[in-house]
Ligand binder design. Structure first.
Ligand code: MN
Length: 419
């Protein structure tokens, strides 16, 4: 069954749901177009089973190389029409022939989003170890090796038409006294300055932060304050990247987002969800209200700054799948992000401002939750339908036996670099 026959069977019900919604709720005329424009990049490392340090259970048919990773994102994009970009990790995804890889991606309608460097593990043949850090390392030679790697990643990104570099550092310490915090910070900034100097003029550098893990006493870029102060020192092309799972429990992420946006230093997102820490679970699976509140701040703040919702920030998923089919999990994440975005677009911002000015706390909550409790799935489906995607991507993926076909061609126990 092709996508149009799949849609034919569902379109009657879809239209009834959409008509009911638009008769009940004031839907802005631009909303569906905004959903159509909104693309979320898929990370190359989320197409296979991630596992934990205790074990890894293969989903079967996982991509074995960069070409198959691109094919998987292409399959996803053909169904939901909202995953039109892939984010690569170097050295896991070094293209042997960048032109051929660009052609393949273009055939699937994909662009290359941010490239990611890796100084959190040692690669085979690497001269110096990152056991005690990379950009922060006490040895100048080790710092230089890490700087050179990041510059190399930028070059790979340039060859693929990417426009941004994401730096996440595992640098930190496991025990009190291990590091001089001040000198560690200064060494990290000096290293980042060298990487920043190698950025092409139309590129951005995203500096991700993370509270803990793999280091458990201190992380050198441990929170948004550390990242913000560093990207401010670097210059106008450097921004802070928010990974939802990289906060301590109960952190008010939407407030962090609002402040970074106001300061013009919010670069983008790694979407995921968590119960305890950096769980890398499906976006919206644990705290959908938090995801909505983040999007509410994004919509309000981006509109206040005259920003383009689709293009002015980096929208990426960062996830790992232990028990779900990776592609099904990614479909759920993309849908959850689109739902939160659509709900945020329904918030009556004018009425909310009036209620705030009147200190009508009850009304403020009513306005936000009226949007959050609206079932906007038919709006998201309508955007997909207009773009030629599947009304129900997950059902189509299952009915078409897509995973079984991947296992048939790739095998039951496959594993790509970085997975
Ligand atoms: Mn991340």
């Amino acid at each position: 069954m092709d996508i149009s026959s799949h849609n034919e069977g569902l379109v009657g019900r879809h239209k009834r749901q959409l008509e009911f919604l638009t008769s009940e709720v004031n839907v802005p005329s631009s909303l569906v177009q905004k959903l159509k424009d909104f693309q979320i990049a898929i990370p190359s490392w989320a197409l296979g089973t991630g596992g934990t340090r205790f074990g890894r259970f293969s989903a079967g048919g996982e991509p074995r190389n960069l070409e198959e990773k691109i094919a998987d994102v292409g399959l996803l994009h053909s169904l939901n029409k909202s995953s039109g970009a892939i984010s690569l990790h170097i050295p896991w995804d070094i293209p042997s022939d960048p032109k051929a890889i660009m052609t393949l991606a273009a055939q699937h309608g994909l662009a290359f989003d941010a490239v990611n460097s890796n100084t959190f593990q040692d690669q085979s043949g690497q001269a110096l170890s990152y056991k005690f850090g990379s950009l922060q390392h006490v040895s100048k030679a080790t710092r230089k090796q890490a700087i050179d790697h990041n510059i190399d990643v930028i070059k790979h990104g340039v060859s693929l038409g990417s426009k941004s570099l994401t730096v996440w550092l595992s640098d930190g310490s496991c025990f009190p006294g291990q590091l001089n915090f001040r000198k560690t910070y200064q060494r990290t900034v000096e290293s980042l300055e060298e990487i920043y100097a190698a950025l092409p003029s139309d590129w951005k550098l995203y500096l991700e932060y993370k509270a803990y893990e793999p280091n458990f006493y201190s992380t050198t870029v441990g929170d948004w304050g550390a990242s913000y102060s560093m990207v401010n020192k670097l210059g106008p092309k450097a921004y802070t990247l928010v990974d939802l799972g990289h906060h301590l429990p109960n952190a008010n992420i939407e407030q962090i987002v609002s402040i970074l946006l106001m300061e013009g230093k919010l670069g983008g997102f790694h979407f995921n969800d968590s119960k305890y820490g950096d769980d890398d679970l499906t976006a919206g699976s644990i705290k959908p209200y938090q995801l909505f509140l983040i999007f509410n701040e994004l919509v309000e703040g981006m509109d206040a700054n005259g920003m383009n919702h689709a293009k002015d920030l980096g929208w990426m998923i960062d996830a790992s799948h232990n028990v779900k089919d990776p592609l099904e999990d990614l479909m759920q994440s993309v849908e959850a992000i689109q739902i939160a975005y659509a709900q945020a677009l329904l918030v009556d911002q004018k009425a909310l401002e009036i209620a705030r000015d009147e200190n009508d706390v009850v009304q403020c909550q009513e306005i936000l939750q009226a949007a959050f409790r609206t079932d906007v799935r038919s709006l998201v489906a309508q955007a997909r339908l207009e773009l030629g995607g599947a009304l129900d991507p997950l059902a189509y993926f299952r009915h078409s036996n897509a995973r079984a076909k991947l296992i048939e061609t790739r095998g039951e126990k496959t594993q790509a670099t970085g997975l």
